[in-house]
Design a protein. Structure first.
Length: 319
């Protein structure tokens, strides 16, 4: 499907969502509304925040916008679960862990797959040259993040079991410190953190997600917010999609926005930006099936405590 067709499909999707509000509008419709957005440095939402187009659009519609920064997707979804944010964008694995933990979340859209934006790194002087050589080694990652599933599938591709390695759980900044001092043998991480380690300390990629995982980014909202303010959500998604389209055509300018956020030269930020997909679209049946397969795999490994129904957590506004 062409980019233009995807965009038209998304606009119809958002318009249908906005239509829900007409049916539910009442005395509360005139009250001050707010959308609380979770963001991470280097993400599409970090660029949306910097460009200000979402804030301007929603302010004109009488909606207050509040931004809260998080270090990674799992922490962001914890924030959503306790009611501190209404929407955020995360990798493909955090929603599975969050849903398994009882979070009442809804998938409201996804960006195109970005398998090159996550990878397993080793220090530049490491003897490890292949995934098979991770056997018996320590691998650090942010628990429940997109790279958690990357590691599972990467090991599987090398005919290794998850139990064949020792997994250490640390957030990105602490993981980088452990990686640099040699406390771990490998680091499963996403960009821009991965691109930074490659450029700054010569970390080597043993494998990225290519041919192993899709690595979707998902826009996740609190179910209560979707029910109460579908028109605000729809407007926010249109603004996010506008910036996604802009990034696709202006990657160097986007890199100039991201670079100071992550403390990297523009040319390194550009590498990170180039590895992601941009633009929001509704989840297709294939994407939902992918998420279900991931949830089933994580349950079989006892990494989540129960089987999930991913389709039941997908927002499908009335046509």
């Amino acid at each position: 499907m062409s980019h233009a067709n995807n965009r038209r499909r998304f606009i119809r999707f958002a318009a249908a969502a906005a239509g829900l509000a007409v049916l539910s509008a009442g005395p509360a419709h005139a009250q001050q509304k707010e959308i609380r957005i979770g963001w991470q440095k280097g993400s599409t939402l970090s660029i949306v925040k910097a460009r200000g187009n979402l804030d301007a659009r929603l302010k004109a519609e009488g909606v207050k916008v509040t931004w809260t920064e998080f270090p990674a997707g799992p922490q962001m979804l914890e924030g959503l679960n306790v009611g501190s944010i209404d929407i955020g964008v995360v990798g493909e694995t955090p929603p599975v862990f969050a849903q398994a933990a009882g979070a009442d979340l809804v998938y409201v859209g996804n960006e195109p797959p970005a398998p090159r934006a996550e990878k397993i790194l080793v220090p530049k002087d490491s003897p490890i040259k292949s995934l098979a050589e991770l056997k018996g080694r320590k691998v650090v990652l942010n628990k429940g993040s997109n790279v958690h599933y990357l590691l599972v599938k990467a090991l599987e591709s090398a005919k290794l079991k998850y139990s064949d390695i020792e997994v250490v759980f640390l957030p990105p900044a602490d993981a980088r410190a452990a990686f640099e001092k040699g406390a771990v043998d490998a680091w499963a991480i996403w960009d821009p953190f991965g691109a930074a380690a490659e450029a700054q300390i010569g970390a080597r990629i043993v494998a990225d997600g290519s041919g192993i995982v899709n690595n979707y980014n998902f826009y996740i909202a609190a179910r209560s917010f979707v029910h109460k303010h579908p028109e605000v959500l729809a407007s926010a998604l249109v603004a996010i999609n506008e910036t996604g389209t802009w990034v696709g055509a202006n990657q160097q300018d986007a890199a100039a926005i991201v670079a100071p956020q992550i403390g990297l030269p523009v040319e390194v930020a550009a590498v990170s930006v180039s590895r992601y997909g941009y633009g929001v679209k509704p989840l297709t049946n294939d994407v939902v099936k992918h998420q279900q397969q991931m949830a089933d795999a994580l349950f079989e490994l006892k990494l989540i405590p129960k089987k999930l129904d991913v389709a039941g957590a997908v927002w499908r506004p009335a046509p």
